[in-house]
Design a protein around this ligand. Structure first.
Ligand code: ATP
Ligand code: MG
Length: 586
């Protein structure tokens, strides 16, 4: 507090019983000692102050009530227990040595509150991102710092905060409880369980916003994060620690791709976190049910900030999920985190910023909306061995309008991620599901992480498909095609069929390799299009039952030797030729 400000200081003493004249005198001399001048002291009786008094001097607040002393004591004990020492002797010595201080707490006043935002005056030393505690325990986070005024977003029951009520600094930034017990649970953006599964014991708190690992702490992505979706694993392989965007219009199967990837992590020693932002509660419930049914919930945490939650909860949810992911990553584990979806996150942030009276920029988003997502996605990493070798792979999802990838938010996020899986609504409608657009999708770093067998098996599939697409356009209107062109077209069509895959049925790497080897070597040529998927399925069944050796060798070694390839080919050819004799081909 500056000297100039002190001139006008007044002090207000509140207590449940009127102070005696002697007590008042002692207060006045204490004030003189502390502030170095005479301060006018007023007092009032306040029944809510029990067993002591409170004293406000300017923005300093001294809490000497029973409640305040208990709070001070419990904070002391919490600080001690956080040091991980044995609690009982600590409590004993804490009680022996405890000496309540008359330390001031900064106190502010709520000027206005509404739409989950509170404007507070008087907390001049509060920092950006600090948690502010309001009356009745409601918490808020500082988001705007302007002269003499703070803008806070409120979490929890915002109805309890009223204009004129008090607010105090906590001195801490927002944190997320973390721990092993979160696995298999559904929690809100503050880490509280919302699945009727009882309380969760946290192993600690991680800051919701934390700097991304630096370049020294990282190493390059070199292990695959298999999605189990043949269209992705063969052509756009994702590596552990990579950030791959899933982008497409509404209802094009974006969530399903992320969900299938989570299902595919079963028995792969990978922890999954699904963050739902602005989704319907019913769809999240359905997703949780699917996870449970497939036995995948036990290694998954669902963080849900649904559309019915306040924008502040939706805003903080991905960071909270990321903090949880960092807990596991720092322990050397592999983590997969899905942000579903970041366009709704940007919209929540836009609402929040407009309510905080920040000036709107392009498409009414605030100027820092790029930073909003870059500081989130930068936290995905493959840590170096020295840091434990853990990883966090991020699959952000973005919804486009009418396939427009050049809109503001999509271009931002495309430029932050290491590639994108582009989903096309026309494909989806025509039954080509997953509706991956091969031409527009890309994965920039995953190639190095692809299994050797997969890399070899996938061989020319991208080029073959590109040739097919081009030829398809050219031949659309001509009827008399030469034999070679016709063959190429039917081959391309069956390739597209191979990429069709039922939802919630991820394929193992060895299964994909077998199918790719068979298909790219034209074993299934001229099998009627409607039967290609059936053919693939029965081929896999046949392989599993008769050539277990091939399957296990592929899974174990992950290398496709020329001999192995020849064996797969001969077995597949014999099987398909027997099941689809020339009379059954087209
Ligand atoms: P939204 O924009 O509403 O979030 P979305 O893009 O996430 O939609 P999904 O919810 O994943 O799309 O899928 C939409 C519908 O399509 C769902 O009913 C889902 O079951 C179905 N679907 C998705 N993928 C497939 C698939 N490979 N095979 C069959 N059905 C699918
Ligand atoms: Mg979805």
């Amino acid at each position: 507090m500056s000297v100039a400000e002190k001139g006008g200081l007044t002090a207000l003493l509140r207590s449940s019983a009127p102070p005696t004249a002697e007590q008042l005198l002692r207060f006045e001399s204490w004030l003189r000692l502390r502030y170095g001048e005479d301060i006018a002291l007023d007092w009032e009786v306040d029944a809510s102050v029990r067993g002591g008094f409170t004293l406000s001097v300017g923005s300093d607040f001294f809490d000497w009530s029973l409640e305040g002393r208990i709070k001070q004591f419990s904070e002391t004990v919490r600080d001690l227990s956080g040091k991980g020492e044995r609690l009982l002797p600590l409590i004993r010595s804490a009680i022996d040595d405890w000496n309540p201080e008359v330390a001031p707490r900064e106190q502010g006043t709520v000027i206005s509150v509404g739409d989950g935002i509170a404007n507070v005056s008087g907390l001049d030393n509060a920092a950006y991102g600090e948690i502010i505690v309001f009356d009745k325990g409601v918490r808020g986070m500082v988001q705007n710092l302007s002269e003499g005024r703070l803008g806070c977003v409120l979490f929890g029951d915002t109805e309890l905060v009223k204009a004129g009520s008090f607010a105090h600094r906590s001195g801490r930034t927002a944190g997320m409880p973390v721990g092993e017990e979160f696995l298999g649970r559904v929690v809100d953006a503050l880490g509280s369980p919302i699945d009727n599964g009882g309380p969760i014991r946290a192993a600690g708190y991680f800051p919701v916003e934390s700097p991304a690992p630096g370049i020294i702490d990282r190493k390059s992505v070199d292990r695959p994060m298999e999605t189990g979706i043949i269209a992705i694993d063969s052509m756009f392989p994702i590596g552990r620690g990579q950030r791959e965007l899933i982008i497409g219009d509404r209802q094009t199967g974006k969530t399903t791709i992320a969900l299938d990837t989570i299902l595919n992590q079963k028995d792969k020693d990978c922890i999954c976190i699904y963050v739902a932002i602005g989704q319907k509660n019913s769809s999240v419930a359905q997703l949780v049910e699917t996870l449970r049914r497939h036995g995948s919930l036990e290694y998954t945490v669902v963080v849900n900030a649904s559309a019915s939650e306040s924008v502040s909860m939706q805003y903080i949810a991905p960071y909270a999920g990321c903090a949880l992911g960092e807990y596991f990553m720092n322990k050397g584990k592999d983590v997969l985190i899905v942000y579903d979806d970041l366009s709704k996150h940007a919209i929540a942030y836009r609402a929040l910023s407009l309510l905080l009276e920040r000036s709107p920029g392009r498409e009414a988003y605030p100027g820092d909306v790029f930073y909003l997502h870059s500081r989130l996605l930068e936290r995905a990493a493959q840590l170096s061995e020295a840091k434990g070798g853990g990883s966090m792979t991020a699959l952000p999802i973005v919804e486009t309008q009418a396939g427009d990838v050049s809109a503001y938010i999509p271009t931002n996020i495309i430029s932050i991620t290491d590639g994108q899986i582009f989903l096309e609504s026309s494909f989806f409608r025509s039954g080509q599901r997953p509706a991956v657009n091969v031409g527009l999708s890309v994965s920039r770093v995953g190639g190095a992480a692809q299994t050797k067998a997969m890399k070899k098996a996938a061989g020319t599939i991208r080029i073959d498909l590109a040739q097919f697409r081009e030829m398809e356009v050219f031949t659309q209107f001509s009827s008399d095609l030469d034999e070679a062109t016709k063959n190429q077209l039917t081959y391309g069509q069956s390739l597209m069929r191979l990429l069709r895959q039922k939802q919630h049925s991820p394929l193992q790497m060895y299964e994909q390799v077998i199918l790719l080897v068979a298909m790219l070597n034209k074993v299934m040529v001229n099998v009627p299009l409607s039967e290609v998927n059936l053919c693939c399925e029965s081929l896999l069944n046949h392989m599993r039952s008769t050539r277990e050796d091939i399957c296990s060798e592929l899974s174990a070694i992950g290398v496709l030797s020329p001999e192995l390839r020849a064996e797969i080919l001969s077995t597949a050819k014999a099987f398909v030729d027997a099941a689809w004799p020339p009379s059954l081909r087209r």
